[in-house]
Design a protein around this ligand. Structure first.
Ligand code: HEM
Length: 136
């Protein structure tokens, strides 16, 4: 969480158009510009709360767990002065660990592919040498 950018509410308030739409939910600063036309209830409700703290409106709808998880995808930072609860911090931690894990999986993935190719080709090469030495 230390790497999160910190924004004040007045900075968030500068992004309240259809082409640049931010708001705050539970202390997370979200850039939902790309989500506007994906929102199941349409973009208008989101534009109405653009530049503001939309926590109450978001909670009042009773958004599903899926919708709550989507918040992480659009997060660009945190609201200055917001006190995060332990479960908030846990969510941050789980998300960043997941990102690190998938990054290392991608990184490690390069070597096994190369090694698998050598594992396949080397015995063939040696067998070829042996057979040509033995019978030619
Ligand atoms: C990034 C923020 C948001 C995300 C990711 C999001 C996502 C969703 C999703 C996935 C649904 C479908 C139902 C569900 O799964 O709960 C939904 C429905 C809805 N959302 Fe959002 N939403 C966001 C913000 C908001 C805000 C700020 C408002 C109100 C100002 C709002 C109002 C609604 C309404 C009215 C529905 C329809 C509920 C129904 O039909 O029962 N949403 N949203």
């Amino acid at each position: 969480m230390a790497s999160q950018k910190v924004f004040t509410l007045s900075q968030v308030a500068q992004h309240r158009s259809k082409k640049d739409c931010w708001f705050v939910i539970n202390g997370r600063v979200l850039d939902v510009t790309k989500f506007l036309n994906e929102h199941p209830a349409g973009e208008e409700v989101l534009i109405e709360v653009a530049g503001k703290d939309a926590t109450k409106q978001f909670d009042n709808i009773g958004h599903s767990k899926e919708a709550q998880n989507l918040l992480l995808k659009y997060q660009v930072g945190v609201l200055q002065g917001h006190a995060f609860t332990e479960s908030d911090k846990k969510a941050f931690f789980v998300e960043s660990t997941r990102k690190e894990m998938s990054a290392s999986v991608i990184k490690d993935d390069k070597m096994p592919k190369y090694a698998a190719f050598l594992e396949f080709i080397l015995p063939l090469v040696f067998t070829g040498f042996y057979l040509s030495y033995r019978y030619l």
